[in-house]
Design a protein around this ligand. Structure first.
Ligand code: BGC
Length: 715
């Protein structure tokens, strides 16, 4: 019986293997057939853009145009073909999803799958083939203007969340584009800055999410970044593109430039780039890989075979998406289909689960039965964020602000008095005393006070193209919060920000603090739900909140933002909590931290190790009990600490996590399997990942600071 079963199993595996070989074979055959029918001029036309967001079609062979679109929060509005100005269509308003920082702070991989799924659906309705997301860059400095578009300071969390997003989005028959490959960790001088980083930090911190996207997510496209790495532009960097991405990782899809990120014809042709997007600034059709490439080939300076490889990869994506011979996508009637209620529901779920409760001295949830007047203060209570931030901009079908969310929830049962508190201005240091005075007055007479502050997508804050000047709150928010708390000690602060902000001026004075990134079209609904206690907060920080900028690793160990066009990542492996832990620096709130309206306890820790090398399995199991009075979700975080190592390693590193939903009083068993990668480091001399035998400690934390269980294991 057992034998027959194994036979069936083996036969099954063999046939799956043969089928997949065959499909890859037939894909290759299709590609080679098309390639042999293309002229050199046609091939060259395929390897650069046509308009800003499309590639050309070759109708005689059924090769269609590729339609590309930003970005991580949903499908961007239609642009004019040769510029950045909107095309002003009246039917392209879409769903506005939470930022990827929000998705990461849910720590919920199933939600990442749901997100990818609805995201892909919207793209299909809009007739897009390649969506320019997710952004997989690591939060290295608190000041990066695009942190909010990326997921986390931790490569493991970034990988696990993004890979599910990628798989689910691509299952809709579109490609996504993991960006910005690689080391685009600041906006300051992003177009030219040269990043110097050790091989270990490259492999262990900055590349793992891309590696997972390729190997597990089978991502079909990758966008090279603007910056340079070890002296060469990322889009023309043979080590990144050929040696690592296409060589070591076996990437079969296409590599495109970031917009206008090619620099030379020879570099773009020879070093692993496949598709150049956006013509050289200000021109309609001059590309490094256009006429200059044809001229170089004709002059025998460049081998035409390099073009074949690029075309193969572009065709590979098209064949995978079943596009060859198909007509242009039909988008008639799309207006009615975009941002459908089912997708809005997913946007809401992500928003709710991403909200992080950082401080709660019996301040939250608000008991609205006993509240007659509520003061709502601050520009972020009414600000809509969809329209800003750079390329992630969304023309949202709707966006419910926090104030609107509260009004909808409370109706006439509570009188809401709004005060602006602060206004946005180009000078981030502007303080409007009259607005502070008005806010204080509104707060003093209210039964409860909510201040909505933080950042927004104005240039110099959470916005593409520039970094923030410092970690301080802008527009006099510190003064506002201090004055309002003094007038009404029941004040609760809600920070909306995609990066760390300095809260030192008032943190010890407030009783309640909620922290969230940009939450998308259902922002207000989600926040009102948490504030009123209908939703139990379950998000945890995907990055460390330092007390002040001067405590952060890129500042202390540096460099940031670099000197004379070069930024040396002297912080090496010590990014985020890896630094705070290893150097014993106390953050304001640690990575992985977040409270709930209930409490949890952990017990009965077990470790079971079996196999070795590739088949090594370390099964970590324990029980979590909801010890409070309401239903809630807890995120258990598994950290691995190498106790004996030849090379320096961070104090501990996240290698697993699980989010569990528990009714009041309920207990559930959690089981997480770690494989050999969880214990390895990258050995630059051997050029491979290595597990150094010895003792490891496996810790289970409710944050990176609060360890609940630990045990050692010898491997
Ligand atoms: C951004 C990319 C974006 C592209 C197209 C660039 O400026 O860096 O993230 O996808 O523009 O809009």
């Amino acid at each position: 019986m057992k034998k027959t079963f194994s036979f069936i199993l083996i036969a099954g595996f063999i046939s799956i293997f043969l089928i997949s070989c065959k499909t890859e074979e037939s894909i290759d055959q299709k590609i080679e057939k098309l390639l042999s029918q293309l002229t050199l001029e046609e091939k060259v036309s395929l390897i650069h853009g046509n308009t800003y967001f499309t590639t050309p079609a070759i109708p005689r062979l059924g090769i269609p145009a590729l339609h590309l679109s930003d970005g991580p929060c949903g499908v961007r509005e239609e642009n004019s073909p040769y510029g950045w100005s909107p095309a002003n269509w009246n039917n392209d308003s879409t769903a506005y999803f939470p930022a990827l920082t929000s998705l990461a702070s849910t720590w919920n991989t199933d939600l990442a799958t749901e997100f990818g799924d609805v995201y892909g659906e919207e793209a299909v309705i809009r007739g897009k083939n390649i969506m320019l997301a997710p952004g997989l860059n690591i939060h290295r400095t608190p000041l990066n203007g695009r942190n909010w578009e990326y997921l986390s300071e931790d490569p493991y969390l970034t990988s696990r969340i993004s890979v599910n997003f990628i798989k689910a989005a691509q299952a809709n028959g579109i490609a996504v584009c993991a960006k910005h490959f690689a080391l685009n960790n600041q906006e300051f001088e992003r177009a030219t800055i040269n990043v110097e980083v050790s091989e270990r930090a490259l492999r262990e911190i900055y590349l793992p999410a891309f590696e997972t996207a390729v190997k597990e997510g089978e991502v079909l496209s990758i966008m090279g970044s603007y910056n340079r790495f070890r002296g060469q532009y990322a889009c023309e960097n043979p080590y990144l593109l050929q040696t690592i991405l296409k060589g070591e990782w076996g990437f079969r899809g296409l590599v495109m430039t970031d917009w206008d990120a090619a620099h030379t014809t020879a570099g773009a042709a020879k070093n692993g780039l496949d598709l150049e997007m956006m013509p050289m600034e200000g021109t309609k059709d001059s590309y490094y890989t256009g006429q200059p490439l044809l001229d170089s080939i004709k002059a025998k300076k460049i081998d035409p075979k390099v073009v074949d490889d690029k075309v193969r990869r572009i065709l590979y994506v098209m064949v995978k998406l079943n596009m060859i011979g198909k007509s242009e996508p039909d988008t008639t009637g799309m207006e009615a289909l975009l941002a459908a209620p089912s997708r809005a529901k997913t946007a809401l779920k992500i928003a709710e689960e991403s909200i992080i409760l950082l401080k709660n001295e019996q301040a939250l949830p608000l008991d609205f039965k006993n509240i007659k007047t509520l003061a709502v203060i601050g520009d972020n209570a009414v600000r809509k964020h969809a329209r800003g931030g750079g390329s992630t901009v969304i023309k949202a079908k709707y966006e419910i602000s926090p104030l609107e969310g509260l009004q909808r929830k409370l109706g006439n049962s509570v009188k809401i008095n709004f005060a602006q508190g602060y206004t946005i201005s180009q000078n981030l240091k502007t303080i409007d005393q009259a607005l502070i005075k008005e806010a204080v007055k509104t707060a003093a007479s209210a039964d409860a006070v909510l201040i909505f502050g933080g950042l927004n997508h104005e240039p110099g804050l959470d916005c593409e193209g520039t970094d923030r000047p410092d970690m301080k709150l802008s527009y006099g928010q510190d003064e506002l919060i201090k004055a309002v708390v003094k007038a009404n000690p029941k004040t609760i602060v809600v920070m909306i920000a995609g990066s760390p902000v300095d809260m030192g001026a008032w943190i010890s004075d407030v009783k309640g603090l909620i922290y969230t990134s940009y939450l998308g079209m259902e922002t207000g609904t989600a926040l009102a739900g948490v504030i009123a206690g209908d939703v139990n907060p379950s998000g945890k920080l995907s990055y460390t909140l330092p007390v002040k900028l001067e405590d952060s690793p890129s500042y202390v160990l540096g460099e940031y933002p670099g000197k004379n066009g070069i930024v040396k990542y002297n912080d090496g492996l010590l990014v985020g909590y890896r630094y705070f832990d290893t150097k014993n620096v106390k953050p304001l709130f640690p990575f992985g931290f977040g409270l709930s309206y209930t409490t949890f306890s952990y017990r009965d820790y077990k470790l079971e190790v079996s196999g070795k090398d590739e088949s090594l399995k370390c099964v970590v199991s324990f029980y979590i009990t909801n010890t409070g009075k309401v239903e809630g979700k807890e995120i258990a975080e598994i950290y691995v600490r190498d106790l004996e190592s030849t090379f320096p390693r961070p104090f501990k590193e996240l290698k697993g996590f699980s989010k569990v939903s528990l009714k009041a009083g309920e207990t559930k068993k959690v089981e997480i399997t770690l494989n050999q990668r969880a214990f390895q480091y990258y050995n630059p001399d051997k050029k491979q990942w290595v597990l150094e035998p010895g003792k490891f400690e496996i810790l289970v934390g409710s944050s990176s600071e609060n360890m609940q269980l630990k045990q050692q294991v010898e491997l």
